[in-house]
Design a protein around this ligand. Structure first.
Ligand SMILES: C[S@@+](CC[C@H](N)C(=O)[O-])C[C@H]1O[C@@H](n2cnc3c(N)ncnc32)[C@H](O)[C@@H]1O
Length: 206
């Protein structure tokens, strides 16, 4: 009787273990497919509106500090280059971040950067034209573009939730009053300017 009971228990355990293993395999396959679908091979879309110049890491850190990034924020970098801003945001603050770029080379570099730093669970890199984006999910937007491109983004930035922060490296946004303008000179480097705006945007009166 005791032997029968032990045999039944063993069979039960075996069945439960197989079910768990089968579930894990199916989930892994599914998430693999999702990741693959998300990471479509980047292709040529059109010439970027501004060339790639990376923000020095010291300035990246300062931009995120000025934006007061905190747990729960979602950081978008519009024109993410090698992904250094979104990778730093995820590593330093543990926040979710999305980097967008139009240039296929930058997309490859940024994805490699994400993998190298092990932040795949927090950071996504998407090949998109930034002027087609819906920014409503973001609470922090970082920019290193050109003044006229910042201005072109205003209609999209106005759709951010109240209290969202926008930080721009070196370039202002004509017609919108910044909350802060910070001049920052890392050792041995030129002076960099960081602009901060908070939504709702404060427009200059004509
Ligand atoms: C000056 S770099 C800044 C890179 C990065 N944000 C940083 O600060 O290190 C500007 C980036 O914007 C990208 N870019 C230019 N026009 C774009 C567009 N319309 N949509 C998406 N990305 C664009 C370029 O490919 C380039 O990587």
């Amino acid at each position: 009787m005791k032997r029968l009971w032990i045999l039944s228990l063993g069979a039960c355990l075996l069945a439960v273990t197989s079910a768990v293993l089968a579930f894990e395999a199916a989930t892994a396959e599914k998430s693999g497919q999702t990741a693959a679908a998300k990471e479509e091979e980047p292709k040529f879309i059109r010439t970027p509106d501004v060339i790639y110049v990376p923000t020095p890491y010291e300035v990246v850190e300062k931009m995120l500090e000025v934006a007061q990034v905190k747990k729960g924020d979602v950081v978008y970098d519009l024109g993410c280059g090698d992904g250094r801003i979104v990778v730093t945001a995820a590593k330093k603050y543990g926040v979710r971040a999305v980097g967008f770029d139009i240039d296929p080379e930058r997309i490859k570099e940024a994805r490699e950067n994400v993998r190298k730093n092990g932040v795949e669970d927090l950071v996504r890199i998407e090949q998109k034209d930034i002027f087609t984006l819906d920014l409503s999910e973001a609470t922090v937007v970082t920019l290193y573009l050109l003044p006229q491109l910042n201005v072109k983004l205003i209609p999209q930035l106005e759709k951010l939730k109240p209290g969202s922060r926008i930080v721009s490296h070196d370039f202002d946004m004509d017609g919108v009053i910044p909350d802060k303008v910070i001049h920052y000179k890392p050792k041995g480097q030129r002076e960099h300017t960081i602009y901060l705006w908070t939504t709702p945007l404060k427009k200059e009166k004509n």
